[in-house]
Structures are given as structure tokens and as C-alpha cells.
Design a protein around this ligand. Structure first.
Ligand code: SF4
Length: 330
């Protein structure tokens, strides 16, 4: 929520104050969440059969829905390759999908905020030798030097590292980014009889002998496509691990930024002003999920037809009982 508030206050208001989410399922988000669940299961039991069964179950509509079918192929190939590449690990898993909560401290007075605490969930905590690292899973469309350079700007995970350290008493040395790249291959659709006839006629027209050996292209079977995907995932760059070491100075900077964000949020809420940052609308190379709402200047019909209300922070439910009922968990 704080990262979103920093990026676009209006989006933060829509999601976390008004509890609005788009009725359209974001395919990228649901794929990312499937892979996170698969990775949790894999790192818990290291049993590929149960991971693949989970994907089969999650994508049970694959024969009727093309988008689900794509996800099934990608998740199956990705996790099969992952299990083979990381058959043994250099780390020991300490915790998976670990939730935590802690006070947000005013850096000047040392007193905690009376309005907010910070709650979050990390993908994992691992130990390498006698050092602890946060394990952070990422599914990426493309992995290049810019992507890796940007990792240090990851506000959320760095602030989480600080809170895990504080609340669990584990000194966090850094972040182990576990990056899984999404293959862009498409399953061959084949060609219809008519398409084949057109192509054949074109080839014959160009042929000096007046003959052609062209055959109709048939749709690629699931097994053939999985074979092609397996070859793609054998490329080293498709699964990548990157270690980022954290400095204590960075913790201090981000803790004080977090406090500033709480103050700015309180001010925005008191005045009812959450302004738009239109530079962020296409930040993820696709329109922000509130684009229709912003473009229509908050038209109630757009809101009613394209959005629904969902509890904020659903990923953290149920919160530990120790969270005071008067405290909003952000
Ligand atoms: S569409 Fe643009 S301005 Fe509107 S909430 Fe999203 S990022 Fe902000």
C-alpha cells in the first residue's frame, strides 16, 4: 500500500480507502500468484508431482479457455524446469509465506504511530551458512541488466527485511531474488484446409517445376509444445538468482521515508485529496487497472460496471489476534 501511495495517491485511494478492484481478472497477477503458490509448495515438500497436480487443478478450465491453457503450459514448463535446475539448494528454508507486523516509528521522537502499524508477508526466509536472507520470488517478462539494476529500488522488500529483523529477531543480511522468466513461445495453432490451399497455391506459383512438397501444418500437440518449452527453459537465463546485500543505512532511509508516507497519507485522508500521478498510468507496460475510472473522471456508471469492492489487504487475512482493533494494518 505504501509503495502504491508513493507511486499514485489516486490508485492508493481506489484500492485501500474505497476498496475497489477491477472486475476484469488481471492475467499477469493471477499467473504470478499461481507460481508463488507452486514455489511455496515446492520449497515445503520438494515434490514435483504435487506441484504439477496443483497446476492441473488451478487450470482445470484449460480445455475451454485459451488464456487458462496458456497459463497451464507456462506454469507446467516453468516449475518442471525449476525442480530440475534447483534439485539441490545452497540454502536451508527457515520459513515460507511468513506474515509479520510491527509499529511504524517516528524517527525524531522514537514513538510509534497511533494510526498505523505495518503488516506484511514475505515469500520466504532462508539460511546460508550463518546468515539469513529473505527469499523473494519474481516472475518477469524479460530479464536484462535494467531489471537487475532496479532491484535495489525495491522499497517493499527492503522495509520488510527491517521488520522481519525487528519482529523475529533474525539479522537479515540481504535478499535472494528468485527470478523466473516467462517464456514468450506460443503453441502452434496449425492451419485450416483453406489456409493451406492458399499457401500451397502461392508456393506453386513461385515454383519453377510446378510442384511443391508443402504439407498442411497441423496444430502443435500439448506434448510437442511442452518439449519446445523445456528446451527454452534449459537456457540458463530463464531461471535466475540474484543476491542483494542490504546496508543498515538503507534501513534508516526507508524507515524515515515510511514515517513521512504515513504523515502524507493522514493529511491526504483528512483533506480528502488523493491526487493522480498520470506518469504512472502505463508504468507496467499496460494500463493501470483504474485507468477507465480515471479517464472517465470517476463516472459512477464506470465504477458500477467495471469495479467491485474487496477488502483491502486480503493477502494478510486473518491478521494475528494481537493487532489492536483500533489499529489499521497497512
Ligand atoms: S490510471 Fe493513472 S492516475 Fe489513475 S489511478 Fe492509475 S496510475 Fe493513477
Amino acid at each position: 500500500m505504501w509503495a502504491l501511495f508513493r507511486n499514485c495517491r489516486k490508485a492508493c485511494e481506489y484500492r485501500y480507502v474505497l476498496g475497489l478492484v477491477s472486475r476484469d481478472k488481471d492475467q499477469n497477477l493471477s499467473f504470478g500468484s499461481l507460481i508463488h503458490t507452486c514455489l511455496e509448495l515446492w520449497h515445503k515438500d520438494r515434490d514435483l508431482t504435487s506441484v504439477l497436480a496443483l497446476i492441473d487443478q488451478a487450470c482445470s478450465e484449460r480445455s475451454a479457455d485459451e488464456a487458462v491453457r496458456k497459463d497451464w503450459h507456462l506454469a507446467t514448463a516453468m516449475m518442471t524446469a525449476y525442480a530440475s535446475r534447483y534439485a539441490s539448494e545452497p540454502f536451508e528454508v527457515v520459513a515460507l509465506e511468513k506474515t509479520f507486523e510491527g509499529a511504524i516509528i517516528n524517527p525524531t521522537t522514537g514513538f510509534p504511530s497511533r494510526s498505523f502499524c505495518l503488516a506484511g508477508k514475505v515469500d520466504g526466509i532462508v539460511r546460508i551458512g550463518d546468515e539469513f536472507f529473505l527469499l523473494e520470488h519474481k516472475t518477469a517478462s524479460q530479464l536484462d541488466s535494467d531489471y537487475l539494476e532496479r532491484l535495489w529500488t525495491d522499497f517493499q522488500i527492503t522495509i520488510y527485511a527491517h521488520y522481519v529483523e525487528q519482529t523475529m529477531g533474525l539479522p537479515i543480511t540481504g535478499i535472494l531474488y528468485n527470478i523466473l522468466v516467462k517464456a514468450k513461445l506460443q503453441q502452434g495453432k496449425g492451419e485450416s484446409v483453406e489456409e493451406f490451399e492458399v499457401r500451397r497455391a502461392e508456393l506453386l506459383a513461385k515454383s519453377k517445376t510446378g510442384k511443391t512438397t508443402a504439407k498442411r501444418r497441423l496444430p502443435e500437440s500439448d506434448a510437442e509444445f511442452q518439449q519446445r518449452m523445456a528446451a527454452k527453459y534449459a537456457e540458463p537465463a530463464m531461471l535466475h538468482r540474484e543476491m542483494l546485500y542490504l546496508s543498515r543505512d538503507r534501513f534508516d532511509v526507508l524507515r524515515s521515508e515510511l514515517w513521512e508516507l504515513t504523515q502524507a497519507f493522514l493529511d491526504a485522508r483528512r483533506r480528502g485529496v488523493f491526487y493522480q500521478n498520470t506518469s504512472f498510468c502505463f508504468h507496467h507496460h499496460r494500463p493501470c487497472s483504474y485507468f477507465a475510472l480515471c479517464r472517465s473522471d470517476g463516472n459512477p456508471n464506470v465504477l458500477e460496471n467495471f469495479y467491485q469492492r474487496v477488502e483491502p489487504h486480503e493477502e494478510l487475512r486473518p491478521l494475528p489476534e494481537s493487532v489492536p482493533t483500533t489499529t489499521t494494518a497497512f
